[in-house]
Design a binder for this molecule. Sequence first.
Ligand code: TMP
Ligand code: ASP
Length: 251
Amino acid sequence: MTAYTLGTLLYEGKAKRVFQTDRPDLVAVEYKDDATAFNALKKAQLAGKGELNCQISARLFELLEREGIPTHYRGLQDRHWMLVKPVRIVPVEVVIRNIAFGSLCKQMPIGPGTPLEPPLLDLYYKDDAFGDPLLTEARLARLGLLTDEQRVELERLAHAVNGALLRFFADIGLQLVDFKIELGFTADGQLVVADEISPDTCRLWDLQVSDARDRILDKDRFRQDLGGVVEAYGEVLKRVQGVCPEPRIYG
Ligand code: TMP
Ligand code: ASP
């Protein structure tokens, strides 16, 4: 018996569908097998990816909660379904980089692999039609997306997430190169980490492997046509499961 009934589709993104439920405090998220990159110019179906990302995300949200970082997570339902609190997503992608890679090295004279200490935090405006452009503080204020106080809180939470994830991944032999998170406001106005945290949204390198391609265990395998995408995500889940075996089941 489930403690809720699935309602209408609220939103369909590139990798997830979000459904209303008959409970105002509960939203159901279905993780899809669709993979996209370069603002959906590149697309594929990767059987099993949805389940892997759902299972990895659940455990990472639980880890963050244990570290005192609030998230939208309420529990897993099924292999690729998660129950979360309804939030008003802030249309800002928060990226933290510990090692220079990806778009940073295309836009700045910083070589791939350069350690970034302190980690670099960038905000991007989440809007595919505009190609998710880099935000400045002035642009953020102009768009009226966050007050100064809310921006400070969002950046504080993002740095706390980085600290927790860096340590956690290092313990399971993975280098957290960079990641993207999204945050949202709950009905009572609390800012919480939302969306997902998975190899779709993090760059993860295997610390035991020196080859620059073979060590990649994230969506760059898809972006760069390296193959073995689902296998790489499976390896990440296997290591995460070694430390966090069973996430809570909702209901
Ligand atoms: P970038 O180097 O392409 O800017 O990506 C930085 C991090 O953000 C990387 O871990 C991948 C993640 N990311 C997303 O999750 N979604 C996106 O749409 C993009 C562009 C990056
Ligand atoms: N998530 C983005 C897309 O689907 C970009 C990326 O992750 O590379 O196009």
